[in-house]
Design a protein. Structure first.
Length: 432
């Protein structure tokens, strides 16, 4: 009996060690790119004041928690690829017939399943396509985070400008109210004029408070996109008047075809094709080969055992799973076509809207704002000289403030549309 057990046990141990070495888990690779490089919270990695656009984008790409989760998801696919390439483990079997020593027959077998039909390569192919989809999902999320950081940054810039305008408006309203008060005291105008001036001053104070609240909210939104603690950003540096560039008509088609969203949809088609190939390979039955020995007392010697087994694909040929995978591939192809049409339509609409906003900003900057400023200055000087009433000054001031508000609204919409185009098409270059 010892002569039977020792050789088979050694053979089984050798097989187990060999497969364990071929499938050993190696340390996980470093995070892709700069996604998983996380700075400690509360550190001085991100600036406290004077944050630039490039600094906001790079910090968001480095510290955004959602982006880090996509990076970890991509890394997890490496383990799936290694697992898909492993062959089945061998099986060691031991059986005994009868419990009496004189008539007991003992068998020991070592069996190995041999996969046929290319199942192993099909599994690896599917795992690789899963990784490709995860990589494109990460690229899509990077474009999302980058566009969100740019949009949030310009929202803060514009909010800062609104606060400056509101402060100037309050200063002007206070100065005007004081001037009206002096004229009322001198008996040159009605006390009603002073009441209107004080109302205008209170309104300007309310607008300043609202502008400051909008700035605080914009700073919180920027901190959330960047993945930094609230309150760590107090000021951003940049020019809110810098208009975003319109994408060129020649490069727009190429950017649509190379957008992460569309490439991910096309990769889903390839993944569905790989899943169909795997289900088709699973329709081929596997062969199981067994080697062993048997010891029977009546024979008086150890007898070798050889076995070969293969399922007969009489009823189950995996035809249902193949049909399901085939239809899923067709669905992925239809979704990819629909995604391309939707992406092209939305991008072209955003480009047209951005073009219109750019024209609006040019007209406001060239004609409307200078004219409103001139009218307000003339009304204020005329009031000081006694040629105009205070209502004329209020009307001119209201027109000027409305023009400024329209300008900032159009500027915010322009930057939002530009960020939306980048969000859908990805960045045209590596830096903002």
């Amino acid at each position: 009996m010892r002569r039977l057990l020792v050789p088979l046990a050694c053979a089984a141990l050798f097989q187990v060690q060999a497969f364990a070495q071929s499938g050993e888990v190696r340390p996980a690779a470093a995070a892709a790119s700069d996604v998983s490089a996380v700075a400690p919270n509360g550190g001085t990695l991100y600036p406290q004041t004077g944050l630039t656009l490039d600094g906001a984008v790079q910090t968001a790409l480095r510290q955004n928690p959602v982006l880090r989760s996509f990076g970890y998801e991509l890394e997890s696919n490496d383990g799936a690829i290694r697992q898909a390439g492993l062959i089945p483990n061998p099986t060691l079997g031991l059986s005994t017939e009868d419990t009496r020593k004189a008539t007991r027959t003992t068998q020991m077998t070592l069996s190995q399943t041999i996969e046929l039909g290319g199942k192993r390569s099909a599994r690896v192919e599917l795992a690789q396509r899963d990784r490709d989809v995860a990589a494109l999902a990460l690229e899509t999320q990077r474009a999302e985070v980058r566009a969100g950081a740019i949009q949030a940054f310009f929202e803060v810039l514009i909010a800062q400008e609104r606060v400056k305008v509101a402060q100037e408006s309050q200063r002007i309203a206070t100065s005007g109210a004081d001037a009206v008060g002096r004229r009322v005291t001198a008996g040159k105008v009605s006390p009603t004029e002073e009441t209107r001036a004080r109302v205008a001053e209170s309104t300007a104070r309310i607008e300043l408070r609202l502008a400051q609240a909008d700035l605080a909210a914009s700073l919180k939104a920027l901190s959330a996109v960047m993945g930094v603690p609230q309150g760590s950003i107090a000021l951003v540096d940049g020019s809110p008047d810098a208009l975003p560039a319109l994408p060129g008509a020649d490069s727009l088609g190429d950017r649509i075809q190379n957008s992460p969203i569309l490439r991910r949809a096309q990769m889903e088609v390839q993944r569905a094709e790989a899943a169909f190939n795997l289900e088709r390979a699973r329709g081929v039955p596997d062969v199981t080969i067994g080697l062993g020995a048997q010891r029977a007392p009546d024979v008086g010697r150890t007898q070798p055992l050889i076995s070969v087994s293969i399922p007969i694909p009489l009823f189950d040929r995996n035809q249902g799973a193949q049909f399901q995978a085939l239809r899923k591939r067709d669905a992925a192809q239809a979704l990819a076509q629909a995604e391309e049409q939707r992406l092209r339509s939305e991008v072209l609409q955003a480009v047209d809207q951005l073009d219109a906003r750019t024209d609006e900003l040019e007209v406001l900057r060239r004609d409307v704002l200078p004219g409103a400023q001139t009218a307000y200055d003339a009304a204020r000087r005329g009031f000081e000289l006694g040629k105009f009433g205070f209502l004329d000054v209020l009307d001119a001031q209201r027109t000027f403030l409305q023009a400024r508000g329209q300008y900032f609204t159009a500027l915010s919409q322009a930057h939002r549309l530009s960020a939306e185009i980048d969000r859908r098409l990805g960045s045209a270059d590596a830096r903002p």
